[in-house]
Design a protein around this ligand. Structure first.
Ligand code: ADP
Ligand code: MG
Length: 384
């Protein structure tokens, strides 16, 4: 039970007698002290809400300046987060369920002098709001905690990576082949952990709304080449051929270089992870008019501007994705692979981060696959 000693209640009812009766009923409560204001219309109620904070709004749906469900919406706008209880006439009883669906906390029927019922409904409304606020506060703490923690976890890893690289470059002195082998294992695992922590940090930042994208005009073909070079050794290790296919000498895009490179890295990384040895991965870059792009039905295209887009596809010959999972893979933490192969597990965050980055650039991303073992193609488009 929430400890609420004094509740500020706003009753809105053009029928002065009804309002006064309800006020009186509430005031006879012995456990609670109510401070009750009465308004006769929505505009009068808004004046009260402007000048004071209320714990609860009780209003009938038949006001001189607004009627029906719109009344609830108007109060939700005027005092968001304040529990709304509809005061219904006996013949409006049927509206109750729908009102609850729309976000009303409860409804009470006029004239039923079941005082306890009304008090209970007030109590519930207050309790619900209190637990909602508590949840929101907890969620805030969780988000801040994740983003702070992951940041602190990242720093020592960057240092380890730097010093291991120095040893591998034999800066302090010669190393033998066994030492090299071990240091390379340390480096690979450090990089892997760094990738996972960076994904967690990015995802927490996105959730907290503090993830920034800084766009400027840049060359996409150059960026793809640079990014592929970064990851080529990983492909070579699995005897996978990585090739770039484009007829465009350059595609100028307004983008955040680092973030778009991160999207390409995520996608190619996945392809390498989910493809068997001795296969091919192709990165294809084209410029197409919106009407020429073959976007599957499942992809969300609403709000996309017409015009020209850079269309980047990453095509692999790996284990594929089943039809039902094609859009699920973009959800946070989703990992849908059913393969028995024993491979390194990721965080399941890469694709959701990539989706946010692409969307922040005014583009969309989707996956296509012929099904199990038929390979996967991820495509994202960016306005040019
Ligand atoms: N190229 C691909 N081929 C097959 N499955 C893929 C591919 N890319 C992604 N997936 C599926 O989508 C899931 C989510 O990918 P992602 O968000 O990058 O997370 P992670 O790589 O950490 O598992 C993967 O776990 C896998 O099941
Ligand atoms: Mg991944």
């Amino acid at each position: 039970m929430v400890d609420v000693k004094s509740l500020k209640v706003l009753i809105t009812d053009p029928d002065k007698n009804d309002a006064a009766a309800l006020k009186q009923e509430l005031e006879t409560d012995t456990k609670l002290v109510f401070s009750i204001s009465i308004a006769g219309s929505l505009s009068e109620a808004k004046n009260f809400l402007h000048t004071d904070m209320y714990d609860i709004i009780i209003s009938c749906l038949d006001l001189p300046d607004i009627k029906g469900f719109k009344t609830l919406i108007a109060f939700q706008k005027a005092a968001s987060g304040v529990p709304f209880i509809a005061l219904l006439k006996p013949d409006e009883h049927d509206l109750g369920a729908e009102l609850l669906d729309m976000g009303a906390q409860d409804f009470i029927i006029k004239g039923t002098s079941e005082l306890t019922l009304q008090q209970r409904s007030l109590f519930h409304a207050i309790e619900r709001r209190a637990s909602f606020q508590k949840l929101r506060a907890l969620d805030d703490i969780k988000t801040k905690f994740t983003s702070m923690m992951t940041h602190e976890l990242r720093t020592p890893l960057v240092s380890i990576k730097g010093f291991v690289s120095l040893l591998l470059h034999e800066a302090p002195g010669k190393i033998n082949s066994e030492q090299r082998e071990y240091l390379e294992i340390i480096l690979k695992n450090t990089e892997r952990q760094l990738r996972m922590i960076t994904e967690m940090l990015d995802s927490a930042r996105m959730e907290a709304g503090v993830f920034s994208i800084e766009k400027k005009q840049g060359g996409l073909v150059k960026l793809i080449n640079r990014t592929v070079n970064e990851i080529r050794s990983m492909a070579t290790e699995k005897h996978i051929t990585l090739s770039i296919q484009t007829d465009e000498p350059e595609i100028s895009v307004n983008m955040d270089d680092f973030r778009i490179s991160q999207v390409i890295l995520n996608l190619v990384n996945n392809s390498i992870k989910f493809a068997p040895e001795n296969t091919k991965i192709t990165l294809r870059a084209r410029v197409l008019a919106f009407e020429e792009i073959k976007i599957p039905h499942a992809a969300e295209v609403q709000g996309l501007a017409r015009g020209k887009y850079a269309v980047i596809s990453i095509i692999d010959e790996g284990e594929g994705i089943e039809n039902d999972d094609l859009s699920n893979v973009f959800a946070r933490f989703s990992q849908v692979s059913k393969s028995k192969e024993n491979r390194e597990k990721g965080t399941g965050l890469g694709l959701s981060i990539s989706k946010s980055i692409v969307e922040a650039h005014g583009g969309i991303i989707w996956a296509e696959s012929g099904g199990k073992d038929k390979g996967t193609t991820f495509t994202f488009i960016l306005p040019v």
